[in-house]
Design a protein around this ligand. Sequence first.
Ligand SMILES: N[C@@H](CCC(=O)N[C@@H](CS)C(=O)NCC(=O)O)C(=O)O
Length: 246
Amino acid sequence: MNFQRMNAQKPSAPPAPVGTKIPGVELIYMTGSPPCRAVLMCLRDLKIDVDMKKIDMFQKAEHKQPWFVKMNPQHCVPTLNDNGFILWESRAIISYLITKYGSEEDRERLLPSDPEARAKIDRMWYFDIGCLYKSISDYYLPQLMSGEPADHQRANALKQNLDYLDIFLEDSPYVAGETYTAADISILASVTHLESVDFRYEGYHHIAEWAKKLKAELPYYTACNKEGIELFAKWSKSRMTTKKGK
Ligand SMILES: N[C@@H](CCC(=O)N[C@@H](CS)C(=O)NCC(=O)O)C(=O)O
């Protein structure tokens, strides 16, 4: 991806430490990235701290530099380095962090061992990566990156996936059932990404209620998300303005 000019925003400090420091673990991330925001929420939920390495994908294209491509040939963030064990894909990172560093209570709460409960989380994670987050990216990135016109089919795919999520949330307070789990973390990052592209999702009443409830319930929501959403919003606005000015 080419995110030119996004780093025209003021530089930000990594999130302040809040929990138990895990030695030798580093998270390579970017503030405006929804999957990075999801991993930040997971770290906060587990009350663990790792070294935070923010990379500049814009002016410096650090994700394309040899040291990073050698570590992660797919050159994407978030990427975790746990004492030499390298892992990318936010949902895999979240699962790994909970399994390795969560307490028994954290594991049962966020990633329950009951096969049916766990299968529902997997289903929502696959729905997120394969449908929901994918449809947000498919619709907005061509417009933001290359100035392409909005594609109606892609808009419909996004709305269809929001309809599905709204139906899922009709009968359960959280995306995978009666309690907050790791699936809510990822899907919350995806849904709130819509705020940074100015897509109003209030009309999806169950989604809107769920997001509002989580924002109020999660003590770490603002610390992990506000700055990233605002940064992406400023950038996307500038890209839309540039496009209109062409
Ligand atoms: N499915 C991946 C998506 C990761 C991703 O696309 N990250 C973007 C930033 S939001 C990135 O690193 N883009 C740079 C690139 O792909 O070269 C995840 O959930 O971690």
